[in-house]
Design a protein around this ligand. Structure first.
Ligand code: AMP
Ligand code: GLY
Length: 421
């Protein structure tokens, strides 16, 4: 098979690495890919949002399968366009990807189908939001832009002034463009967070092994929210009992709800959960593999990834047993100094071999460039250094000792991955 993977981050690198293990795969392309990915696949210079060029390339190169990994092309209907052109594609259609791209949609869906989530109200008028928040007088309060915002559209306001600033930025200054036309104001929940990715063909849902993301920039969960600074799998808070409650009250009801709305979801459905004192609740849905969750989940997959992808597309997931390793995995993200705010690019990365790897770990490249045999930084999150072990401690120890071999100017990483709630 010839496979084209759409996207350019650490998640896509992990997807490509797993696809390469399949005996069914002859050739992998990435559009547009990155420096590290270029050592494992052929990178083609097509923007991840360019539907027309993706179709043209797939036809010209007789691509058997296109794997659409990022949120924005999914929301923009990349899978719809590919499919209409007779090209096999993995990922939800736009009418199902809305479960991630509109928080108003997903909150209303959960309310309608009784899926546990934080209580909320939706507003399209900045004055009415503040009237509501003031009348409630409860802080912290959670304010979310409706649409996609690179994981930065959620503000937890500790007081009136912070709430007012957030509403102004989202709704008046339009920091996230039209994504801020509507906002969701939500009850603040507490408890450990768990990420569960699940394969679904719209009928059967098969959860993958659990994971935990560390979203804040600095140790002890301080600093701004980021795309994710590190992950571990399994998540120690996700017990078999919690998993069973999630299956019954969240996972299966979500698949059924999407079918009832004529928005059958096929692909990877991501459940961002919080284990609250009242039980597990949905914080967010994503219509795709998480980044950097994929970097710790896929290495544990033992079943041929291509077989699973085919079963999802063909609607035969019920016939497939999916096997996972019992090992623990840990991923430490090495980021550019300053991330998630302004940072420099183009700094030389030292310590990597010619394939962008170090011994003792797998290095998934997120924001890198490869020129004349050297790797350079090219994004906020640069590398996801991932290792596995019999225990979480062993995985973390291996990942951190690999991290110590790699460096670039201003490098920043968290020292407490796997150690916080
Ligand atoms: P989201 O992009 O919706 O996953 O939100 C980003 C982060 O904000 C989550 O991972 C949580 O840590 C936090 N968050 C979102 N909603 C809530 C909530 N209702 N209560 C407490 N924390 C929340
Ligand atoms: N790591 C969170 C996400 O992929 O949205």
């Amino acid at each position: 098979m010839k496979i084209l993977v759409v996207g350019s981050g650490g998640r896509e690198h992990a997807i490509i690495r797993k696809l390469k293990e399949s005996p069914k795969v002859d050739k992998i392309y990435a559009a547009p890919g990155n420096g590290g990915i270029s050592r494992d696949a052929e990178c083609v210079d097509i923007n991840a949002m360019d539907k027309e060029k993706m179709v043209e390339f797939s036809k010209n190169n007789k691509i058997d399968l296109v794997f659409v990994a990022p949120d924005d092309p999914l929301a923009a209907g990349m899978v719809d366009t590919l499919t209409e052109n007779g090209i096999r594609a993995f990922g939800p259609c736009a009418n199902a990807a809305i479960i991630e791209s509109s928080k108003v949609f997903s909150k209303n869906l959960m309310k309608k189908y009784n899926i546990p989530t934080a209580s909320y109200e939706v507003f399209n008028d900045p004055h009415k939001v503040m009237d509501y928040i003031e009348a409630q007088g409860k802080y912290p309060v959670v304010i979310k832009a409706d649409g996609l915002a690179l994981g930065k559209g959620v503000i937890i306001a500790q007081n009136h002034d912070e709430a007012q600033d957030a509403v102004k930025e989202i709704m008046e200054d339009k920091k996230f463009g039209d994504s801020g036309n509507n906002v969701v104001v939500e009850e603040f929940l507490t408890g450990p967070e768990v990420s569960v990715l699940a394969f679904t063909d719209g009928k059967t849902l098969k959860p993958m092994v659990s994971s935990k993301d560390h979203k804040r920039a600095y140790d002890n969960d301080e600093g701004l929210n980021t795309g994710g600074m590190g992950t571990i799998s399994p998540n120690p808070y996700y017990t078999p009992e919690i998993a069973e409650i999630c299956r019954k009250t969240i996972f299966e009801p979500t698949v059924a709800a999407m079918n009832s709305e004529n928005r059958t979801f096929k692909g990877c459905l991501y459940f961002g959960l919080m284990i609250t004192p009242d039980g597990p609740k949905v914080i967010e849905y994503n219509a795709r593999f998480g980044d950097p969750e994929t970097q710790v989940v896929l290495p544990r997959l033992k079943t041929d990834f291509v077989d699973i992808i085919n079963a999802v597309i063909d609607g035969t997931l019920n016939k497939l047993d999916i096997e996972w390793s019992d090992e623990a995995t840990a991923c430490v993200v090495m980021a550019s100094g300053g991330y998630p705010q302004a940072y420099k690019k183009g700094l030389e990365i030292t310590g990597l071999d010619e394939n962008g790897q170090v011994s003792g770990a797998t290095v998934y490249h997120a924001g890198t460039k490869y020129t004349d045999g050297k790797f350079y930084t090219n994004g906020g999150r640069v590398l996801g250094v991932t290792a596995s072990g019999k225990t979480l401690d062993e995985a973390l120890e291996k990942a951190y000792s690999a991290v110590e071999k790699i460096s670039f100017d201003g490098v920043h990483y968290r020292k407490d991955i796997g150690r916080t709630k």
